[in-house]
Design a binder for this molecule. Sequence first.
Ligand code: EPZ
Length: 416
Amino acid sequence: MASFLVSKSGPLKGKVTINGAKNSVLPIMAASLLSDKCSILEDIPNLEDVNVMCELLEHFGSRLDFKGRQLKIDNGNIQPALAPYDLVRKMRASFLVMGPILSRFGRVKISLPGGCAIGTRPIDLHLKGFAAMGADITLGHGYIEAKADRLQGNRIYLDFPSVGATENIIMAAALADGLTILENAAEEPEIIDLANYINSMGGHIRGAGTDTIKIEGVKELNGCTHTIIPDRIEAGTFMVAAAISGGDITLCNVIEDHLRPVIAKLKEAGVKIETVEEGMRVYVNGPLHSLDLKTLPYPGFPTDMQAQMMALMCTIPGISMITETVFENRFMHVSELKRLGAKIKIEGRSAIIEGVERLQGAEVRATDLRAGAALVLAGLFADGTTEVTDVHHIDRGYEDMESKLRSLGANVKRVP
Ligand code: EPZ
């Protein structure tokens, strides 16, 4: 297991280019299964999760051809094989192949996704959508099987605006017979990117980005070329790196509109954020203030930025409160931050943070992707050296984090 050694770093300064969004490229790669024609995807991030999705597509017969950040996907010979546990276990997003395969072939068998550190993460809303479109679903021996001669469009209400369920249902409805109206749908930017991709293939999806999405099923879809949107969570993570180090970082390749809740809360804390020619400049000049925040489905504050913001709040004098409403167990980073000397109390779904003058470097463990990123950020501030272990979690969602941070002046190095 590799680790990052992070030592106290001065203000981070310079430019960083944000990669394509992990949470956009994964559903879009799954959606490529909706067609037997070739798709070309641009600005693919080099991430462990992308490698797992490639493995899964190849398992079904896709032929993948990487040229730098361009991925060509040829799905001419797809067979709806079984999606095995060892692949689905590695990455919950594997479950996103269920909708496209069911819609295109009328049958799919996939392992139940494993839980993960941040919660049980059920799939009931995904299955509710497939059943509403006429699929017969059976569960057994850790696998789910779904069959349907041809899915029928229907009106579907999501009890919770689940990102994955919204994506899986959009993909299933894209080739269904008739109109599907999805209500209380997730509104994340990644949903819009997915809908744009499927529409470029010849799909008819309207309303993506709102809570009501209409999908008119078509007979078949073609290939297309699509550029993945920038990763708003990687961008937010580097915004917090500027804040926690008292630095001055310019982020290139960002879409500010996707970052409005993060910009709003960092500005409320006293961080300066300006639009500049290359993108967005984030810097500190003056004291930062404690604040309260609550994670919510988009356009609320993103749960994927909760851990990073908590690391920042640990270093700002005063009392801050963070309430996590999306996942039931996304405070695994609290005990690790406390090993660095942070003062945090958990009360139900809220964490009360008392900012401290200094943190002390220690050995800490990345429990999940964003918790790992938060610990690296805290290590930039902590005295001495912080060893963050299990950084494979970080590699799942951040391309070359250590070299990007080092290029900004951070003392970070990867050790085996
Ligand atoms: C996506 O996960 C993201 N992953 C997550 O990012 C992100 O945290 C999450 O959306 C919320 O924004 C990808 O896009 C690959 P959900 P997903 O379905 O789709 C409950 C990261 O760090 N729920 O919106 O799994 C569920 O238990 C990752 O990049 C049901 O109850 O999230 C959770 O409490 C972590 N039934 C809540 O909804 C269901 O059928 C949100 O889950 C589905 C979900």
